[in-house]
Design a binder for this molecule. Structure first.
Ligand SMILES: *Cc1c(COP(=O)(O)O)cnc(C)c1O
Length: 360
């Protein structure tokens, strides 16, 4: 007795993907990025599975880092978006969180804090994302101030973030790389540039610390096929089952707003999963869904609790048959394309209603 819908998370695939990221960049150390609840996979479970392998973790904010500390993650945790208020500096120092310094306000907060022990700082340089980071012309001044402060631990790291590393033919990545290298050249410090797409497709961006997020969860962020995606195994699967079946006549419509009309006598299967679970409401008719491992098409609007499929061409479908919305046999990026988004968003929007089964 239970609604047949759930998410499966394969923690051995997660560890495998982490090791794959390391093997692509053997001269770098690899941070495991577990922000946004480990891209929807469960931050505590994922960080626990990776802790024996990953030297450091990355999250967006101090709230996410505190959850991991309480759960027993003892490795350093980098706050990738830095500090949101001055009172976070002392907590971060105390807890062994490393902070990305993104702008002059954050520099002042660190310099003026009253700390029991120094804090580890990464300086983010804005090389073209124009979202966060110190501008290259200001880096020298703020670096010298931080380096001279007793509040700051030895070994400041310089970091930057790419805007278009997923586009394997986009020269903007080369431009950012050169600007970064020219900016940090005088300082002789450790460096960190690469996110997943750069780990996979831009080996010149590999440095002391790479920052692997999306690829850990087993899918490629790149815009084209690439050998570096061959070692990735999808970690998340979204599953349900057929809960109702009916035959409709040509000319009859399915679902809210009657957006799909049968062109022939059709068998419609209802599946108990919807946007209330994180399946995208804007998935178009024609989005692939697996029934008994075979492809069927989503038809009509996605409802909060249900979707409808055309299974006319799959003979023998019956109530209770297993359905896969995405996973090892149906790539989340393909589903994302049918709903005008990216795999990153589909993963992070899976809702609390869907129970998670961890496979170890
Ligand atoms: C999220 C994030 C990453 C990880 O990016 P992926 O594309 O998911 O690998 C790396 N660095 C920073 C600063 C981030 O915010």
């Amino acid at each position: 007795m239970a609604r047949p819908s759930y998410m499966a998370v394969d923690l051995s695939a997660l560890v495998h993907n982490y090791q794959w990221a390391c093997s692509l960049a053997p001269h770098s150390q690899t941070m495991a990025v577990v922000k946004a609840n480990a891209y929807g996979h469960g931050a505590i479970e994922c960080a626990m599975a990776l802790q024996p392998y990953a030297p450091i973790f990355g999250v967006a904010c101090i709230e996410e880092a505190l959850v991991l500390r309480k759960a027993g993650i003892h490795k350093p945790i980098v706050l990738l978006e830095g500090l949101f208020s001055a009172d976070e500096v002392a907590v971060a120092a105390e807890q062994g969180f490393w902070v990305m310094v993104e702008d002059p306000t954050q520099v002042s907060a660190i310099l003026n804090a009253n700390l029991a022990k120094p804090i580890t700082v990464w300086i983010k340089v804005d090389t073209g994302m124009h979202r966060l980071g110190l501008s290259p012309s200001n880096v020298d001044r703020y670096y010298q101030q931080l380096r001279a402060s007793d509040n700051v631990a030895q070994g400041i790291v310089f970091a930057t973030h790419f805007a278009s590393a997923d586009e394997i033919n986009n020269d903007f990545t080369k431009h950012q790389l050169k600007l970064f290298m020219d900016t940090v050249e005088p300082f002789n410090t450790p460096l960190s540039l690469a996110n997943s797409p750069a780990i996979m497709a831009w080996p010149k961006a590999h440095a002391d610390w790479n920052r692997a997020g999306f690829m850990l969860y087993g899918n490629s962020p790149l815009d084209a096929d690439h050998p570096s995606s061959q070692g990735l195994q999808p970690v998340m699967g979204m599953y349900s089952a057929i809960t109702s079946l009916r035959e409709i006549e040509a000319g009859q419509t399915v679902g809210y707003a009657q957006t799909w009309t049968a062109k022939r006598t059709s068998v419609i299967a209802t599946v108990s999963i919807g946007y209330g679970d994180g399946y995208p409401r804007n998935a178009a008719s024609g989005t692939p869904v697996l029934v008994n491992g075979q492809r069927a098409s989503l038809v009509g609007r996605v409802s909060m609790d249900m979707i409808t499929l055309d299974v006319t061409d799959l003979p023998g479908v019956k109530i209770g048959d297993p359905v896969c919305l995405w996973g090892k046999d149906l790539n989340i990026n393909e589903v994302a394309r049918h709903s005008s988004t990216i795999g990153y968003e589909l993963m992070t929007r899976v809702t609390q209603r869907l129970p998670i089964k961890y496979i170890r």
